[in-house]
Design a protein around this ligand. Structure first.
Ligand code: 5GP
Length: 230
């Protein structure tokens, strides 16, 4: 029997030099006792100015929404359609609190912005048939309403028995198209929020709370991307 190669050494040999990672963060949240307690002091939250909705409030509200939905669809099932990636935390927590069958259908939203403004495309969004079924669109946030409107049109084209919308966050002041939202977790002011699935440039999704990024540093250069030696 041959000797197992030393994996660590083999990787060390073949790996390119480790990239130098430089993060330039605005540190508005000093390591005060309060910051530590509310989660703002950790590296994952660097650049986040304040907690808007705490983990406790999120959990409580998600349970309330799930209880409402369990009553609404008590006699059957509801297919929960969520648009990736922002909805991951909310959808996962919501369906686990729902006491009814709740199949999940995830779609990718590819967004293109042209000279007319905000447009959205979603090729081949659904893998299973929604025809004749009760469907609930689950959103992380409804801002202008453009994404929701398009998702609604796609779902309606599948001829569901019913369609309702549940969003964790709603920013009604930013609306540019009319959409009906049946269940709202929190109605918030038009500020840019991150956390609990919502990102900025891919960061912050894993924060357990919803926070606000300081407008003084937002945008453009909150984060300096990792630098790679060439
Ligand atoms: P809408 O089409 O309603 O303008 O925007 C919906 C999408 O925009 C959301 O699904 C989300 O991806 C993004 N979005 C809108 N507002 C915010 C925000 O405050 N924070 C983050 N991270 N994304 C947002």
């Amino acid at each position: 029997m041959g000797t197992a190669p030393n994996r660590v050494k083999a990787e060390e040999k073949s790996s390119p030099p480790r990239p130098q990672v430089v993060y330039a963060f605005y540190m508005s949240n000093g390591a005060t006792g309060l910051s530590r307690r509310n989660g703002l002091a950790g590296p994952a939250a660097k650049g986040v100015d304040r907690v808007l909705i705490s983990k406790t409030r999120l959990q409580r509200r998600v349970k309330e929404l799930a209880a409402q939905l369990s009553v609404e669809y008590a006699n059957g099932e509801v297919v929960c359609v969520g648009a990736l990636n922002g909805v991951i935390c909310f959808l996962a927590d919501l369906v686990r609190e729902m006491d009814i069958p709740a199949p999940v259908e995830l779609v990718h939203v590819d967004r293109f912005i042209d000279e007319d403004g905000h447009t959205v495309e979603m090729p081949n969004p659904f893998r299973e048939s929604l025809r004749g079924r009760d469907v609930l669109i689950v959103e992380d946030i409804v801002d202008t309403g453009v994404t929701l409107k398009l998702l609604e049109e796609k779902v309606l084209a599948e001829k569901p028995a019913s369609l309702k919308v549940c969003t964790l966050l709603d920013k009604p002041a930013h609306r540019i198209v009319e959409v009906q939202v049946d269940y709202v977790g929190f109605s918030i002011d038009p500020v840019f929020v991150v956390g609990y699935g919502l990102d900025y440039e891919g960061f912050y999704r894993n924060l357990p709370f919803v926070g606000v990024v300081d407008s003084a540093v937002w945008p453009p250069a909150l984060l300096e991307r990792p630098k790679f030696d060439t």
